[in-house]
Design a protein around this ligand. Structure first.
Ligand code: GA4
Length: 330
């Protein structure tokens, strides 16, 4: 920890902790141990030297920028994000709001090509940028999941990645834009109207693993414990990786699904843009603690469920709800 300061507005503490940074080009036996440790300690870490070509990222960033620069009427041609499409300020079905606009996709290339016709004047360019990026994210997520399998010493090291490689996987992808505000009140960032500007409210990701990348504008924070928020500084060349609810359930609580949020109160004149890939199993995949994770000292925490059941539950709840508790074993 290098600094701690109370936020006078919400009684929250902002702590500048150095979050784990994992160099994927280092020796494999080291990397897998560091990843497992980061998943246990924070459910969150940054990967560098990940091998994702810079031009794949740059192409998508350019397409994303030009979409969000359009007029509201043009953007709304993408259809409402219920559940997939363009959303502005409203998040999900149950009244959650945030200072954010976004595009939500599934990761099927045919569906992306179809949707791109309503999103861009150059649909082929747009869809190949999105599909190319998703492909790279899927490979990176599976590589990280294989390292996790090895680091946990489970007999079937592809037990996690196989769910994501399955043709029926239900992975999602989202592009977020947190518009820059010109606000006179924001000269002092201790001011309430400034520091309380939530872009995407506190929540846990429901899936297995999320890979998040942003431009050079900060705002992402994680909460390792109630009332404490740790900034995750922006790094356009890296990816933040976070553990989702399903991985917490499959590791019987050994890994933690990290609570996080994005604030939209940047003090420079740039808007934050982020891209998030959510590695998700098929709807009928059974989510159950791996036998190796269950011991007499660590009895099963959650009852088995399918991703489909979990997905129905999460869409019936609010963004900030902790849904995994509803699946407790006893
Ligand atoms: C949070 C993680 C992903 O962004 C997402 C979100 C989804 C949505 O935006 O439609 C949800 C949210 C997320 C969890 C609870 C429900 C569903 C909004 C919401 C209020 C795409 C996801 O899978 O779950």
């Amino acid at each position: 920890m290098v600094a701690a300061s109370p936020n006078p507005i919400h009684n929250e503490k902002i702590e500048a902790i150095e979050l784990p940074i994992i160099d994927l080009s280092a020796e494999r036996s080291q990397v897998r141990n560091l990843i497992v440790k980061a998943c246990e300690d924070y459910g969150f870490f940054k990967v560098i030297n990940h091998g994702v070509p810079q031009d794949i990222v740059a192409k998508l960033e350019e397409q994303s920028l030009s979409f969000f620069a359009k007029t509201m009427a043009e953007k709304q041609r993408a259809g409402p994000a219920i559940p997939l499409g363009y959303g502005c300020k409203t998040i999900g079905f149950n009244g959650d709001m945030g200072e954010v606009e976004y595009l939500l996709f599934n990761t099927n290339p045919i569906s992306i090509a179809q949707r791109s016709k309503t999103i861009s004047n150059e649909p082929t360019k747009f869809s190949s940028a999105v599909s190319g990026y998703i492909e790279a994210m899927k490979d990176l997520a599976c590589e990280i999941l294989d390292l996790i399998g090895e680091g946990l010493w489970v007999p079937d090291t592809s037990v996690f990645s196989r769910m994501i490689r399955d043709v029926e996987n239900d992975s999602f992808f989202r592009l977020n834009h947190y518009p820059h505000h010109v606000n006179k009140d924001c000269t002092n960032n201790m001011n309430s109207s400034c520091s309380s500007r939530v872009g995407f409210g506190a929540h846990n990701d429901p899936q297995i693993l999320t890979l998040l990348r942003s431009n050079d504008v900060g705002g992402l924070q994680i909460s390792p414990q109630d009332g404490v928020w740790v900034p995750a500084p922006s790094d356009p060349t890296a990816f933040w990786v976070n553990v989702g609810d399903l991985l917490q359930a499959m590791t019987n609580g050994r890994f933690v699904s990290v609570r996080h949020r994005a604030l939209n109160n940047s003090s420079n004149s740039q808007s934050r843009m982020s891209m998030a890939y959510f590695a998700t199993p098929p709807l009928n995949a059974c989510i159950n603690a791996l036998p190796e994770m269950v011991t007499p000292e660590k009895p099963r925490l959650y009852k088995p469920f399918t991703w489909g059941e979990y997905k129905n539950t999460l869409y019936s709840l609010r963004l900030g709800d902790t849904r995994l508790n509803l699946f407790r074993a006893s």
